[in-house]
Design a protein around this ligand. Structure first.
Ligand SMILES: Nc1ncnc2c1ncn2[C@@H]1O[C@H](COP(=O)(O)OP(=O)(O)OP(=O)(O)O)[C@@H](O)[C@H]1O
Length: 252
């Protein structure tokens, strides 16, 4: 059984059919790319998968469990995490605290234990610090743990966003244009990090990306959308040489 099984997914906004009859089957541990021209419906699919929008048609199953109709917080608990095109960090918090707030998805202490500083509070706090530091190390951010998120250079802020997604302990991590605004060196480093995250945590990753070097470099399968529907799907080398894709996506 695929980890994510999406069938006949669709949504309309008034007269606009933003996503229409999309099918997606992603195996556990796969690195999957979602590409297409501006306005093709990519981010809308992320919004459907994470419960921001409710589909007008179709089904979404994670590990066999129906996600349609669940609140975004429930879907996050079920194992789908995401990052956004525009960075959404707690800018006035430290790098470490940004990751720790995401860990609250799993570990919690009671208000009473925190207020009275009971031993259980310190135990959970210590565990959270250790776990957050482990995640920061994967992203090469451990030395910046105490830095304010707003003081990180752009490329590291993008990495911190992914670290926060990972901290919710997802089965499926959705990355919306993770390399947007990065220079080629930062993008190359990010590609290594994404691979490392997948291998080390054995999670499944679905990413939207315009940078074809990144897509062909790390994605094992891709789906090309155009006007909300599937234009092509398969391994990147084949799909990107498909004349229809070249015409629609690259505008040639
Ligand atoms: N809440 C909404 N209300 C009305 N229209 C919407 C809404 N959300 C998205 N759309 C429309 O749906 C279409 C698909 O948008 P979407 O943002 O999913 O495209 P995209 O492929 O992610 O584009 P980009 O690469 O530019 O981010 C667009 O025409 C957009 O204007």
């Amino acid at each position: 059984m695929a980890l994510l099984e999406v069938k006949n997914l669709g949504i309309s906004f008034g007269g606009l059919r933003a996503v229409d009859n999309v099918n997606l089957s992603i195996e556990k541990g796969q690195l999957y790319g979602l590409i297409g021209p501006n306005g093709a419906g990519k981010t809308t699919i992320f919004n459907l998968l994470t419960g921001v929008y409710r589909p007008t048609d179709g089904t979404i199953k994670l590990d066999g469990v129906d996600m349609v109709g669940k609140a975004p917080s429930e879907i996050c608990k079920a194992g789908i995490a995401r990052t956004f095109q525009n960075i959404r960090l707690f800018k006035k918090m430290s790098v470490l605290d940004n990751v720790k707030t995401a860990l609250h998805n799993q570990k919690e202490y009671t208000l009473i234990s925190s207020f009275f500083h009971l031993p259980s509070y310190f135990k959970v706090e210590k565990e959270m610090n250790e776990k957050a530091m482990e995640i920061l190390t994967v992203f090469g951010l451990e030395k910046e743990a105490g830095t304010l998120a707003s003081n990180l250079p752009y490329g590291k802020q993008r990495k911190l966003e992914i670290a926060r997604g990972l901290a919710t302990n997802p089965k499926l991590l959705l990355l919306d244009e993770p390399a947007a605004g990065m220079n080629p060196n930062e993008t190359a480093e990010l590609m290594d990090t994404i691979r490392l995250v997948r291998d080390r945590y054995q999670i499944t990753i679905l990413l939207i990306e315009h940078d074809m070097k990144l897509v062909t470099g790390i994605c094992e399968q891709i789906l090309v959308l155009n006007f909300g529907t599937k234009l092509a799907a398969g391994i990147p080398e084949e799909v990107l040489n498909n004349p229809e894709v070249v015409t629609a996506y690259l505008g040639e």
